[in-house]
Write a protein that binds this ligand. Structure first.
Ligand SMILES: [Zn+2]
Length: 494
């Protein structure tokens, strides 16, 4: 991390500086395009964040940048994502923007998956324009490139065959008209081009002939052609791609040639990012149901920490994000670099689980534990406690999940201890003082055990049992120092 973007305050990583170097003078149009056929997961977010970092690096150099999220809303539904009812088979081949929301909460299937992602981008205060491809077609943004593509059908077909080594059907067309009758984009044959009407004559699967006006969104370009066409239509100068697109014979190979040879448009700058996985669960994939949503991340950390964990040190490398046992360490590193007041995330997790949503009690607990700075800004503290609580509920390993027992439960636990342990707790209770900090309490716990000839392991097990109902827990001294003396005494045997 070197400089800071002038407008955003988001650190600009070194690889993004190199991207900006290679792109040179603008104006620039940075695009990231994502399918809305299923959940837009945190892996997809990596693409947007790569684009954002490049856009910010360019902006920091004073370049004019238009940063676009191109949602492929007009694309046909190809297969059903996990959780989509089988009855949706009937919509296969229909535009995602023309299919009803499977849960009925948004205006279309596309919006159902796009809106939550858009909300996450907004929450991250991203300076990005979200464009819906069906609207771009309806507004005529793609009219000229579509005309060009249809006029060069043979040339496009040759490129596709050359690059993919697959023979294209005789009646192949770069354009997919939507059948007025069936609503499907697939299975319709383009018979002829009517350039003066910006239309094609097509025959649908049932042999019916009709026309589709490509200046009004009555169809779309096939995906591979559309990629090159949209570079020209939107004036794209940079777009990141995942390895699924950049493999040999993949969509960037065909789009590069189409861009140069058919659309006569320079191939935009590119960054190839690797996928991310979720530790212990594998690569993220909507079709396999391994899905972590951006909002799941925003529930447990601030937006800039999301940027950091998703991009990693180098987005050209694959890695697994660890939201379980390794997460507190990640948060500690993040908070230190962000200049946030020092308190270990693991301690915040303990505090959050001990006081519930009572921020004042949390502040007192932090002060007693020696973390005065962390208790100063109450708004920030409320936010941090919320992250810690959500993480504890969703991701924390069992050993970090705690809840202070109520005094009656503690009594039951104490009844199951042996006499030595009960006597030990009784003595500790008498020796604790309200003004003691974590270290002083830890000292009392140790020295009392040693003086009584009780093994520390059994002594501490007794402490954890009556407070938390478990045989281990967070470091006992600071934890007890965070509680009030009454809270401790009510739970220790008398
Ligand atoms: Zn919905």
């Amino acid at each position: 991390m070197s400089e800071t973007g002038s407008s955003t305050g988001i650190p600009i990583p070194g690889w993004a500086e190199k991207v900006a170097d290679s792109l040179g003078a603008g104006p620039h149009v940075v695009v990231s395009g994502i399918s809305v056929s299923g959940n837009i997961h945190a892996g997809n977010l990596r693409e947007v964040l790569v684009a954002e970092a490049a856009a910010n690096a360019l902006r920091a150099r004073g370049e004019e940048v238009r940063f676009i999220f191109h949602a492929d809303t007009i694309d046909p539904l190809r297969k059903l994502a996990p959780g989509i009812p089988q009855s949706y088979e009937e919509y296969i081949g229909h535009s995602l923007s023309h299919i009803p929301d499977p849960e009925g909460c948004h205006v279309s299937y596309a919006e159902h998956f796009l809106v939550p992602f858009e909300e996450a981008l907004r929450e991250m205060e991203m300076d990005i324009e979200v464009l819906r491809s069906h609207e771009l077609y309806e507004q005529g943004v793609y009219t000229e490139v579509t005309r060009e593509a249809i006029e060069h059908t043979n040339k496009l077909r040759r490129i596709l065959q050359d690059v993919t080594n697959r023979k294209m059907p005789e009646h192949w067309s770069p354009y997919l008209p939507r059948s007025e009758d069936s609503g499907k984009l697939t299975g319709n044959l383009v018979m002829s081009h009517l350039p003066e009407r910006s239309s094609v004559l097509y025959m649908d699967e049932d042999g019916r002939e009709d026309t589709a006006d490509y200046s009004r969104g009555e169809g779309k370009l096939g995906w591979r052609v559309e990629l090159a066409a949209r570079w020209k239509a939107l004036g794209v100068t940079f777009e990141p791609f995942g390895k699924d697109h950049t493999s040999r014979g993949g969509s960037t190979d065909t789009a590069d040639r189409m861009s140069r040879e058919v659309f006569h448009y320079p191939v935009p700058g590119r960054y190839e990012y690797e996928w991310i996985g979720l530790k212990g669960r594998g690569d993220m994939s909507s079709s396999r149901g391994i899905v972590l949503l951006p909002k799941n991340l925003l529930e447990i950390m601030p937006p800039d920490a999301v940027r950091r964990i998703i991009l990693g040190r180098d987005p050209a490398r694959r890695f697994d994000i660890d939201l379980e046992g390794g997460f507190p360490h990640f948060m500690d590193e993040y908070r230190a670099e962000a200049g946030e007041p020092y308190v270990p995330f693991a301690h915040l997790v303990t505090v959050a689980q001990t006081v519930g949503e009572d921020t004042d009690a949390a502040a007192q607990m932090l002060r007693r534990g020696g973390y005065e700075d962390a208790a100063r800004d109450m708004d920030r503290l409320a936010r941090d406690l919320c992250y810690a609580r959500n993480w504890a509920a969703e991701w924390a390993p069992e050993s970090m999940r705690l809840g202070l027992l109520d005094p009656a439960e503690s009594g039951e636990m104490a009844a199951n201890l042996d006499d030595e342990q009960r006597a030990y707790l009784r003595e500790v209770s008498g020796r604790l003082r309200a003004e003691m900090d974590g270290e002083a309490v830890q000292d009392v716990l140790y020295s009392t055990a040693t003086e009584r000839g009780l093994k520390p392991k059994r002594a501490f097990a007794a402490v954890y049992k009556v407070l938390l109902g478990k045989s281990s827990g967070p470091k006992a001294g600071p934890f007890i120092a965070g509680l009030t003396l009454d809270q401790v005494r009510e739970r220790f045997p008398v």
